[in-house]
Ligand binder design. Structure first.
Ligand code: CP
Ligand code: NVA
Length: 314
């Protein structure tokens, strides 16, 4: 079987993404409270997770997911490896492939992930890069589907930084057919990668693609009637212009007044970690529309499906 890397949502088919989501939902429904009875889809298999950056959710949910699937996980920081002293990604990939069945990488440079996938003999999963965070967006979509049904045709708004999580959301919009509205300050607007993704989506639209992606000037236009409001930290890991960012993003805070413009049943999502009083007020993130801890839980369920898919077990 060809190696099934999980690198980015734009290079998977809509069918593959829906298959992973369906399996994740099923596994959650049937076995959330019956871990010991869950089918051991990855019995005896070993996952290595490598972190160049800090992580709470990704680190723990991948480890627990692999245990639930009957396998085991070795969680490593890049500084624990010779990688931290300059051994190449290619050699690390070749060596690790002799020991483990699947790898996950969190890295500052997306190219490191692509290199790992190129030189590994085992599947490689994206656990966040400077470019994208597809595991997070699949968990978010799973959360939306559980609470509100299919996401196709719904209005989703992204408020704030056009960062890694936002790019994966653009990819998901194209593949799953929802409208995606982005409100961002000009200097932190769509990156080159996001502009490319938007152009691809537009081109597909001409041939019957179902999504539509809009960059709005007025923040209110993103919130207006939205079914889902999403935001993220104004300062991602590795960003070095924190002071400028805090100033530029100040008008982009998600607060009660702005949430009132969205649909009355709108959900609020944030991948976490969150900074209350900055990108979102406490009354919103801790309020009734917020589903941030369901999103965090769903990282576990969706990643079980991603690992099982990458190993050809589903
Ligand atoms: N959302 C997310 O990826 O969280 P961590 O950085 O804690 O893994
Ligand atoms: N955009 C954030 C996501 C953290 C999970 C970052 O890259 O730091």
């Amino acid at each position: 079987m060809e190696k099934r890397h999980f690198i980015d949502l734009d290079i998977l088919s809509s069918e593959e993404i829906s298959h992973i989501l369906d399996k994740a939902l099923l596994m959650k429904k049937e076995f959330k409270d019956l871990r010991h009875k869950a089918p051991k889809l990855c019995d005896g298999r070993i996952l290595a997770t490598i972190f160049e950056k800090p992580s709470t959710r990704t680190r723990v949910s991948f480890d627990v997911a692999m245990r639930d699937l009957g396998g085991s996980c070795i969680s490593l920081s890049s500084n624990d490896l010779q990688l931290g002293r300059g051994e190449s990604i290619a050699d690390t990939a070749r060596v690790m492939s002799r020991y483990v069945d699947v790898m996950m990488l969190r890295t500052s440079a997306h190219q490191n992930l692509l290199d790992l996938a190129e030189f590994a003999d085992v599947p490689v999963i994206n656990g966040l890069t400077d470019r994208s965070h597809p595991c997070q967006i699949l968990a978010d979509i799973l959360t939306f589907i559980e609470k509100r049904g299919p996401i196709e045709g719904r209005k989703v708004a992204w408020i704030g930084d056009c960062n890694n999580v936002a790019l994966s959301a653009v990819h998901a919009a194209t593949k799953l057919g929802f409208s995606f509205y982005i409100a961002a300050p000009e200097q932190y607007g769509p990156t080159e990668a996001m502009q490319e993704a938007i152009a691809k989506d537009k081109a597909l639209g001409l041939t019957g693609g179902k999504s539509s992606i809009h960059i709005v000037d007025k923040i209110e236009d993103a919130f207006e009637g939205a079914d889902l409001i999403m935001t993220d930290t104004w300062v991602s890991m590795g960003d070095e212009d924190a002071a400028e960012r805090k100033e530029a993003f100040a008008p982009y805070q998600v607060n009660r007044e702005m949430m009132a413009l969205a649909d009355k049943d709108a959900l609020f999502m944030h991948c976490l970690p969150a900074y209350r009083g900055r990108e979102v007020t406490a009354d919103v993130i801790d309020g009734p529309q917020s589903v941030v801890f369901d999103e965090a839980e769903n990282r576990l369920h969706v990643q079980k499906a991603i690992i099982a898919w990458s190993l050809g077990a589903i």
